[in-house]
Design a protein around this ligand. Structure first.
Ligand SMILES: *[C@@H]1O[C@H](CO)[C@@H](O)[C@H](O)[C@H]1NC(C)=O
Ligand SMILES: *[C@@H]1O[C@H](CO)[C@@H](O)[C@H](O)[C@H]1NC(C)=O
Ligand SMILES: *[C@@H]1O[C@H](CO)[C@@H](O)[C@H](O)[C@H]1NC(C)=O
Length: 385
C-alpha cells in the first residue's frame, strides 16, 4: 500500500515536470505526468500501466486489450487447486513513519493477539506483519536490534506461529532507510544478518525482503534482494521461505517488463517466492473502493502467471484488496479463482489489511466491524487452505 508515501515522496516528484526512472507515466485512469526524464522512455506495459524505462526508442502501444487466456504454446498448469498461504496483512507497527522512532501507543502499535486468533479460527494461515527498519535498527543499518521493538515484534510472530500459521516479516521500507534509497548491498547484508539471526529458529517465519521498491535503479533492486537472500541463509535461517519484492511498487500488472531481471535471483535452499502486489482500482494504488471492471483482477495478474510459469518460479500476491461492492467482489474472486487454477505457480494471497488502527478504512479487515471484514470474510475464507 503506497497511500502514505504518495502524499510525500512520490506525488511530489511526479508533479514536478518529467517522471523519474521507473515511475508510472500512463495507463487508463492515469492523470499524472506522462513524460520521462532524459534517458528514459514512457513504455507501454498494458492498458493500465506505462512506465519510464531506460532507453530512448519509443515502443508503440498495442491497440488491443491484454489477453486473459494463456498464450498458446506456454506450459500448462498442473495446479493442485490449493493455496499454501492465504491471509491478512497486519498493519500498525509501521504507522507514524514521520516520527522515528516514535512512541508506542501513539505513533505506532502492534497487531492484536485477539484479532489474529479470530482470523486463524476462520481458516487464515498467513499474516504479513509490517514494521519499520528504522525502529528495529535505529540510526544505522549495521546497528543491533532495539530490544523493545524486537521483543514486541517477536511476541506478534510467536502468537501467529504457535497457532500454526505463518508470520511474514515485512520490512515496510520501500527500499529506503530514513527516506534515502538504500544502494549499498553490504549495509543490507548487515540488516538481514541481524533480522534473520533473531528469527532463524522459527520455521514458520517468512522473510519479505522489502515492501514495494519504487523509483530505484533496477540493478540495485536485484543486488539488494540477492544480498538479503545470501545474508538470511548465512545467518543460519535455512528452512524459511523468502519473498522477494520488485520495483515499481512490486506490481503484478507490469512485473513481466519491470522486474524481469529478478528471475536470475538465486536461493541455495530453493525457497524463493516472488511477492507481487495488485490493487484493482484505476491507477492500481489501492486508494479507491471502485474497481475498474468485474474481470480486472484476472487481467492484471495473467501476465505474471505466464512469467512465473515460463521461468519456473513461484509467486504470491502479498497485497490486494477491493471495495465492499459487487463489482470489486467479482474482480477479487476472478483474480483468486485464476490464481487457484494456477496454484502450481501461485502459492497464495494476503489481503491488505487488518490492524487495530484502521477505523473505517475502505479495506479494513479488522474483526468484528472492519468494512472489508464484514463484506469479504465469508467470501475469502473459502480460499483458505
Ligand atoms: C512494547 O510493548 C510494550 C507493551 O507490551 C510497551 O510498553 C512498549 O513501549 C513497547 N515498546 C516498543 C519499542 O514497541
Ligand atoms: C506481459 O503481460 C502482458 C499481460 O499483462 C502481456 O500482454 C505482455 O505481452 C507480456 N509481456 C511480455 C514481455 O511477456
Ligand atoms: C500490508 O501492510 C502494509 C503496511 O502499511 C501496506 O503498505 C500494504 O499495502 C498492506 N497490504 C495490503 C494488501 O493492503
Amino acid at each position: 500500500m503506497r497511500a502514505f508515501v504518495l502524499s510525500s515522496t512520490f506525488a511530489g516528484a511526479a508533479l514536478a515536470a518529467a517522471n523519474g526512472p521507473y515511475a508510472q507515466c500512463g495507463g487508463n485512469g492515469w492523470a499524472g505526468e506522462t513524460t520521462c526524464s532524459d534517458g528514459y522512455t514512457c513504455t507501454f506495459s498494458n492498458d493500465w500501466y506505462s512506465q519510464c524505462l531506460p532507453g530512448t526508442a519509443p515502443i508503440p502501444a498495442p491497440t488491443s486489450v491484454a489477453p486473459t487466456t494463456t498464450t498458446a504454446g506456454a506450459p500448462t498448469s498442473t495446479s493442485s487447486g490449493k493455496f499454501k498461504w492465504f491471509g491478512i496483512n497486519q498493519s500498525v507497527a509501521e504507522f507514524g513513519e514521520a516520527n522515528l522512532p516514535g512512541t508506542w501507543g501513539k505513533d505506532f502499535y502492534f497487531p492484536s493477539d485477539e484479532t489474529i486468533a479470530t482470523l486463524i479460527s476462520q481458516g487464515y494461515n498467513a499474516f504479513r506483519i509490517a514494521f519499520l527498519m528504522e525502529r528495529l535498527v535505529p540510526d544505522k543499518l549495521t546497528a543491533s536490534a532495539n530490544a523493545g521493538y524486537l521483543a514486541n515484534l517477536t511476541h506478534t510472530v510467536d502468537t501467529i506461529t504457535k497457532a500454526g500459521a505463518y508470520a511474514i516479516l515485512d520490512s515496510h521500507n520501500y527500499g529506503r532507510y530514513y527516506g534515502n534509497v538504500i544502494t549499498d548491498a553490504s549495509q543490507f547484508t548487515a540488516y538481514y544478518t541481524t533480522l534473520a539471526g533473531a528469527f532463524k529458529g522459527n520455521d514458520k517465519v517468512v522473510f519479505d525482503t522489502n515492501n514495494e521498491w519504487h523509483d530505484v535503479d533496477q540493478a540495485v533492486v536485484f543486488d539488494l534482494n540477492q544480498a538479503a537472500i545470501d545474508a538470511i541463509r548465512a545467518a543460519g535461517a535455512t528452512s524459511q521461505y523468502i519473498f522477494a519484492e520488485g520495483n515499481s511498487w512490486t506490481g503484478a500488472w507490469h512485473w513481466n517488463t519491470t522486474n524481469d531481471n529478478l528471475k536470475a535471483l538465486k536461493d541455495p535452499q530453493d525457497k524463493l517466492v516472488y511477492e507481487m502486489h495488485q490493487y484493482l482500482d484505476s491507477d492500481g494504488s489501492g486508494t479507491s473502493d471502485v474497481c475498474v471492471s468485474a474481470d480486472i483482477g484476472v487481467q492484471r495478474v495473467v501476465g505474471a502467471t505466464e512469467w512465473l510459469r515460463q521461468n519456473g518460479k513461484k509467486g504470491i500476491i502479498g497485497e490486494y484488496a477491493g471495495g465492499a461492492n459487487a463489482q470489486c467482489e467479482a474482480a477479487v474472486k476472478g483474480m483468486l479463482d485464476h490464481m487457484l487454477a494456477n496454484s502450481d505457480v501461485w502459492m497464495g494471497a494476503v489481503w491488505w489489511a487488518g490492524g487495530p488502527w484502521w477505523a473505517d478504512y475502505i479495506y479494513s479487515f479488522e474483526p468484528p466491524s472492519g468494512t472489508a471484514y464484514k463484506y469479504y470474510n465469508s467470501i475469502l475464507k473459502a480460499y483458505a487452505p
